[in-house]
Design a protein around this ligand. Structure first.
Ligand SMILES: [Zn+2]
Length: 82
């Protein structure tokens, strides 16, 4: 049983985000979905370095679509129209 009862909401958000990341990751086969560069699971959220990548939520048909993008593609995607 979890000892910390004060962070249920945070945990739910964390679990949802992590599950989206895991789903996108397994679908992409551990590669950037834009340029097919190989990325490293542990380097998620990094902006620089080999294997760095981000989970991006893109607007899709009816629901957001989570995609794996290497740091370079993620930066291009986020700078677009911002
Ligand atoms: Zn890429």
């Amino acid at each position: 049983m979890p000892a910390d009862q004060g962070s249920t909401f945070d945990n739910a958000a964390y679990i949802a985000e992590r599950s989206a990341a895991a789903g996108a990751w397994s679908r992409s086969g551990g590669r950037c979905e834009r340029c097919s560069r190989q990325v490293v699971w542990h380097n998620r959220g990094r902006a620089l370095g080999r294997g760095a990548w981000s989970l991006l939520a893109l607007p899709g048909a009816g629901a957001v679509r989570h995609v794996v993008m290497c740091a370079g593609c993620a930066a291009r995607e986020q700078s677009r129209g911002g």
